[in-house]
Design a protein around this ligand. Structure first.
Ligand code: GDP
Ligand code: MN
Length: 376
């Protein structure tokens, strides 16, 4: 799970990394009050989980409390690179003398962590990395040993960061370890005109697999910001909402992934990923269908099941009773194959709803679902 900047800032603060004073709000009036508390001037920053806010107008300077209110009003509710601005953070402006880049990131291929650091931080870091890779230091970090003061000194020296950054480099590693993060990034880490080192921006990705031992993961909440994903999670379904019009249900992640590809190959776009797993009971099928059917973008649904341990006749029974419970409103194309496929098809043929169709192949089913979605 990615954190918002203000959540990352909070973690940094708790771990003793210097950060500018700041407060978060969703109200322009409150923004005015916050700016006043910060001394009048403020940097107004859109809280969206995407980088490059500066270039997209999501980081703006306000010279007084009235300007802070106006800027917050203009920023709230807007869209930054596809993310709606629900809150803004107001931070005390800092006199920036130098901007650095530092991060620790999980390097899956190396099976360890990597420190990435550069004395050329700031908004152009991607360009720097692309055009002058030698200006970006990459130093492997031994997981067990961590970032010792020797490692931190090595990182700072290799990247050309001033020695005062060593303490921050060590603390940032503590953030990663203690919070079970997969990524911690500070861009820019700045040296102020007064010689202070400050983390001006923060990006932290927490490891969802550590949820069981990280109370904070629950606290930061809204893992499922999408209401349908939240509903699916409540029912224990593996569901990811996509932006197409053909709802997809299958058993087994691999089969569902292939189904998404085949739907796309038929010129339609899948509306979701939904894996009902091996034991596709009527209840699971009903839960899955009700989530998919409550997505207004869905125009047709494709059920693609390969009967294995759960035989196709049981799946067909599940579909028949699920269709009764959820009040089917959109056409459903079912492809059943594998164990007891013939019996499954017979059940659908005899007892299914008029909106339910059967197809014999995966391609045929996807083509038909795409066609139904386009004519709906
Ligand atoms: P990002 O574009 O999403 O990475 O947002 P940042 O929080 O990094 O802000 C973008 C840029 O705004 C930073 O790289 C800084 O150059 C600049 N910036 C942000 N806060 C301040 C500040 O308090 N003082 C100054 N001088 N520049 C700031
Ligand atoms: Mn930044």
């Amino acid at each position: 799970m990615d954190l918002y900047e203000h959540q990352a800032r909070q973690l940094f603060e708790e771990h003793g990394i210097p950060v500018p004073r700041a407060e978060v709000t969703d109200s322009p009036q409150e923004a005015r009050g916050i700016a006043r508390r910060l001394g009048g001037r403020a940097v107004v920053k859109a809280q969206v989980k995407t980088g490059g806010r500066g270039k997209a107008g999501g980081v703006r300077f306000a010279a007084d409390p009235a300007a802070a209110e106006l800027t917050a009003r203009q920023m709230l509710g807007t869209d930054i690179k596809g993310h709606r601005v629900g809150t803004v953070m107001l931070a005390e402006p800092v006199d920036v003398a130098e901007e650095f880049y530092v991060s620790y990131v999980l390097d899956r291929t190396a099976g360890g962590f990597l420190a990435i650091a550069s004395a050329q931080g700031g908004m152009e870091i991607e360009d720097v990395a692309a055009t002058r890779p030698e200006a970006v230091a990459r130093i492997p970090v031994d997981r067990a040993e961590g970032v010792t003061s020797a490692t931190a000194q090595e990182i700072a020296a290799t990247a050309g960061l001033p020695p005062q950054t060593v303490d921050v480099l060590m603390r940032l590693w503590q953030v990663l370890v203690r919070e079970d993060a997969l990524l911690v990034e500070v861009n820019p880490l700045v040296r102020t005109g007064q010689g202070q080192i400050l983390a001006l921006d923060g990006k932290v990705t927490l490891d969802d697999n550590a949820r069981f031992r990280q109370a904070r993961l629950g606290e930061h909440g809204e893992r499922h910001q999408d209401p349908l994903e939240a509903a699916a999670a409540e029912r224990g379904l593996t569901y990811v909402r996509l932006d197409g019009e053909v709802g997809v249900i299958g058993n087994g992640a691999g089969l569902v992934m292939s189904t998404l590809d085949v739907v796309a190959g038929c010129g339609a776009r899948p509306a979701n990923f939904l894996d009902i797993g091996g034991g596709a009971s009527a209840q699971v099928m009903a839960d899955g269908l009700s989530v998919i059917l409550s997505d207004p973008a869905v125009k047709s649904v494709l059920v693609n099941v390969f009967g294995g341990i759960t035989a196709c006749d049981a799946v067909a029974e599940g579909i028949v009773s699920a269709v009764d419970t959820v009040r089917l409103t959109k056409p459903l194309v079912v492809r059943l194959d594998g164990n007891n496929a013939a019996r499954g098809r017979a059940i659908l043929g005899e007892r299914a709803h008029p909106l339910v169709e059967h197809a014999t192949t995966m391609d045929g089913a996807a083509r038909r679902a795409a066609e139904l979605a386009h004519t709906a």
